[in-house]
Write a protein that binds this ligand. Structure first.
Ligand code: GLA
Length: 383
């Protein structure tokens, strides 16, 4: 993938790049729609990565090209602004703009040429966008000598996503992409931004985590995601708290009295999901990964029934995996499409894969893409 990025760079720009950086996509083990409620999440990086080859320039122009879009885009550094970029270039150029918002002196840097390649499936709920943002943020930070730490680079990526791409997402995906380590998950408190890297031990315990990409496409810049976020904010406001993070299960009785049924169920998802993240971390430490299944299952039920962000394809993927011996399964990511995950003993991988494909065919759903993922290292310089 490093070679591909370098070769693509040479083809587009006719010279050698000065460096290559990469950042991974992610799977969220548990903690969904909790990040923008100041709550807890527990994602990990996957092996699929986005690589960025960078070469310096003598002027103040930034050019971006990629292996997946037809034309390169260019802009003068003085013209960078949220509404000055569009299409996929909003991700890399949005990051360049956002670095300036965090205090980088963009008036005194020179331009760059960037070439992006990726193996993170797009629209699969595996954070292909955070992978681009994180790789570009790390590359520009190092090339321009900005000295931002990784939690700050995660915020830079989120700002690009919120203001330039226009998706009102939280901090989880960029944090997973920047902070992950091999065979571990990132337990992140989204209020303090304290992050703890916790070994998952899947391989040692003979477990595999399967991703089932339903190929139902979703976009968080429009529709349901923003509506869920608004419901959470309305619920917090009605209950007199700054964020839903401040509520525990003992508050749910009062919430049921104060809120309309729909808002109550949105709130209940967030409150119980935060608890499930804490329980997952504790269970993992005390009993190992083989014991976290019921928490994954309960998370899916909560997203399906209370938060209402699942779709029939995700429900079928989860139910089929569970029926054929998975330890636990749930949809992962923002919802309305994308992927489910299922944890199982290694030997069940071919069985569950076969059964999921058969179940989708029988229901007349589009053929899903099923593959195991391994918790992998976060963003890094590769060359
Ligand atoms: C998307 C967003 C994240 C998070 C998840 C839901 O992946 O980018 O910030 O809100 O949805 O947990």
């Amino acid at each position: 993938m490093t070679d591909e990025a370098m070769q693509g760079f040479r083809e587009w720009y006719g010279r050698q790049p000065t460096g290559v950086w990469s950042a991974p996509g992610r799977v969220n083990l548990i903690g969904e729609h909790t990040d923008y409620n100041d709550g807890y999440v527990f994602p990990f990086a996957i092996e699929q990565r986005t690589a960025v080859a960078l070469g310096d320039r003598d002027d103040r122009v930034i050019r971006v090209s990629s292996s997946f879009a037809a034309d390169p885009v260019q802009i003068h550094l003085d013209e960078l602004a949220p509404d000055a970029v569009e299409g996929w270039s909003a991700y890399p150029l949005g990051v360049a703009w956002a670095l300036g918002e965090f205090g980088a002196d963009l008036e005194h840097v020179r331009g760059v040429d960037l070439h992006v390649t990726s193996t993170v499936p797009i629209g699969a709920g595996l954070s292909s966008s955070a992978a681009i943002e994180s790789a570009v943020a790390l590359a520009l930070d190092e090339h321009w000598g900005l000295g931002f730490d990784r939690p700050t680079l995660a915020k830079v990526g989120r700002l690009a996503e919120n203001r330039v791409v226009g998706a009102p997402t939280g901090i989880m995906d960029q944090s997973a992409s920047l902070l992950s380590e091999a065979d571990a998950g990132v337990f992140l408190d989204c209020r303090s931004l304290d992050a703890e890297v916790i070994p998952l031990g899947f391989t040692a315990d003979g477990l595999s985590l399967l991703v089932i990409d339903t190929r139902v496409e979703h976009a968080h810049a429009t529709g349901g995601y923003a509506a869920r976020r608004a419901s959470c904010e309305a619920g917090a406001h009605a209950l007199g708290v700054e964020s839903l993070r401040e509520l525990g299960s003992h508050d749910l009785e009062r919430a049921a009295e104060v809120l309309d049924d729909e808002t109550f169920r949105r709130v209940r998802h967030v409150v119980t999901e935060n608890q499930r993240v804490l329980d997952t971390v504790r269970t993992l430490r005390e009993q190992g990964p083989g014991a976290i299944g019921p928490l994954l299952d309960a998370s899916h039920v909560s997203m399906r029934d209370d938060f209402e962000i699942s779709v029939p394809e995700l429900d079928l993927a989860v139910a089929t995996a569970q029926a054929h011996g998975a330890i636990g399964a749930r949809m992962t990511g923002g919802g309305f499409g994308g992927s489910a995950i299922a944890l199982m003993v290694d030997a069940l991988v071919p069985v569950v894969t076969r059964e999921v494909l058969a179940a989708f065919a029988e229901r007349g759903f589009r053929e899903p893409i099923v593959f195991p993922v391994r918790p992998s290292q976060g963003a890094r310089r590769d060359a």
